[in-house]
Ligand binder design. Structure first.
Ligand code: DQA
Length: 146
């Protein structure tokens, strides 16, 4: 099984970006933990990070051709992007949305996720564990579907 992990804008700054909200863990460390779990689960994972909406859409479309599932943290685009929503709808593979923080416990404008409407599920508020649980979830979905 092949899983595509897509990190959205500003997540390349994890470690130094608002550590009171996102903690001190870097994106490289998150990807390392994802790779470790993927090896344990016996699945192939590729992790990419993009700051631009179009590049995220390209990554989703590519995953639609090459992968069996998507784990995505659309970051700031979560709350605004019709185009990422539509890309997730356009591909036939399932996606799980991830957030490091609990977006429902933050500013009101973060409470709405446009992209989650196109996902099978959402996991948030658990830091790096949000990603690890989402990976387990997408693998379980794939196994249930196959
Ligand atoms: C985030 C939450 C978003 O609201 C924010 O814009 C981010 C990160 C999270 O992982 O908690 O960039 O997606």
């Amino acid at each position: 099984m092949r899983i595509s992990v897509i990190h959205g804008p500003n997540l390349n700054l994890l470690g130094v970006r608002e550590p009171d909200v996102y903690g001190r863990v870097t994106l490289a460390e998150i990807d390392r933990r994802i790779d470790e779990l993927a090896a344990e689960l016996g699945v192939e994972v590729t992790c990419v990070q993009h700051n631009c909406e179009g590049a995220i859409i390209d990554a989703i479309q590519q995953a639609g051709c090459n992968a069996d599932g998507i784990v995505i943290n659309p970051a700031g685009y979560t709350h605004t992007s019709v185009a990422i929503h539509d890309a997730l709808k356009a591909v036939v593979i399932p996606a799980i949305e991830v957030h490091l923080s609990n977006i429902l416990a933050r500013e009101e404008w973060r409470h709405r996720s446009m992209t989650a409407l196109a996902c099978e599920g959402v996991i948030g508020g658990l830091g790096v564990d949000s990603y690890l649980l989402a990976l387990r979830g997408i693998v379980a979905l794939g196994e249930a579907g196959s």
